[in-house]
Design a protein around this ligand. Structure first.
Ligand code: G
Ligand code: G
Ligand code: MN
Ligand code: NA
Length: 254
């Protein structure tokens, strides 16, 4: 109840904010994409974590309004970056499974991109494995419309859901984002290392881009390079940051 009231107020008072975390291309160190992560400021110095308020928003149905806010504001930010060093960057937003049950979602996303003079290839959506496992019919149709238009589609937290890979065959997917626990365990345990390697191989065999999350140390970074991963996301390279810190972050990397 409390969190729901907080979110309603946040939507009204504009105390929601998107942070952005760059993804590093491991072949050349360049940044072509970043993940948008929602923050809710309630007046205290630290924002409320989405891992607290997103599940509550999903239950109350408020997630659809919040999801629209995220899409709208990702597009606004992309538009603001046009004409700067960030004009080519892609922003990936997290979607809740519940948003996919709205049959106007794909239309809404494409219309919002169009309204901001953006190409669909500048936006991506991330869905967790657990959220896409049960999707069927109408939801797959929505994802297909998005992918056909050029929107990038990623499976998030890959490896934490059911182990069946069959669903990947039926889904229009571009990237797999391997959950950070696999990387962290692989550093300590040979079986986990084997699993991580196998996931990367499966991703590549299916023609997908493989992103590893949670890269925190130089050792982890060289491991993911050795394992032929495509992209790395993690605190070693960058923490999620407000939009206005992104230009400086890029400039500092040279
Ligand atoms: O940024 P952080 O690690 O605190 O995020 C915690 C969780 O909240 C992650 O699982 C992330 O995917 C989720 N999350 C962050 N922003 C959004 C959002 O805009 N929409 C949805 N549905 N989930 C989000
Ligand atoms: O579930 P999802 O992958 O969307 O969650 C992304 C979350 O992971 C973000 O909220 C971000 O704060 C967090 N995150 C990003 N990089 C790292 C990292 O290197 N280590 C840890 N522990 N968390 C990270
Ligand atoms: Mn994500
Ligand atoms: Na993830």
């Amino acid at each position: 109840q409390e969190v729901t009231a907080l979110l309603r107020n946040a939507l009204a008072a504009d105390s929601l904010q998107l942070y952005f975390q760059p993804q590093i291309d491991l072949k050349n160190g360049e940044i072509y994409s970043c993940e948008a992560l929602l923050r809710c400021f309630d007046g205290s110095s630290q924002p409320v974590s989405p891992s607290i308020f997103i599940p509550i928003a999903e239950k109350s149905g408020l997630i659809n309004r919040i999801g629209d806010w995220v899409i709208e504001n990702a597009c606004r930010q992309l538009k603001a970056w046009q004409g700067t060093a960030l004009e080519k960057i892609r922003v990936d937003v997290n979607l809740s499974g519940r948003q996919l049950t709205n049959q106007h979602l794909a239309d809404y996303i494409l219309q919002t991109l169009y309204d901001h003079d953006l190409s669909p290839s500048q936006l991506g959506v991330e869905l967790t494995e657990n959220e896409v496992i049960g999707v069927e019919g109408e939801q797959i149709r929505q994802l297909k419309i998005l992918k056909q238009a050029g929107v990038h589609i990623s499976i998030d937290d890959f490896g934490t859901g059911y182990s069946s890979l069959v669903y990947l065959r039926n889904l229009p997917v571009c990237s797999l984002k391997i959950d950070r626990n696999f990387l962290h365990h692989a550093m300590e345990n040979d079986s986990d290392m084997a699993i991580l390697q196998a996931i990367i191989t499966v991703g590549h065999c299916l023609g997908l881009t493989v992103v590893v999350e949670g890269v925190e140390t130089a050792d982890q970074d060289s491991l993911v390079k050795d394992l032929n991963c495509d992209l790395a996301q993690g605190f070693l390279h960058a923490r999620p940051m407000p939009a206005n810190e992104m230009p400086l972050f890029l400039a500092d990397r040279g």
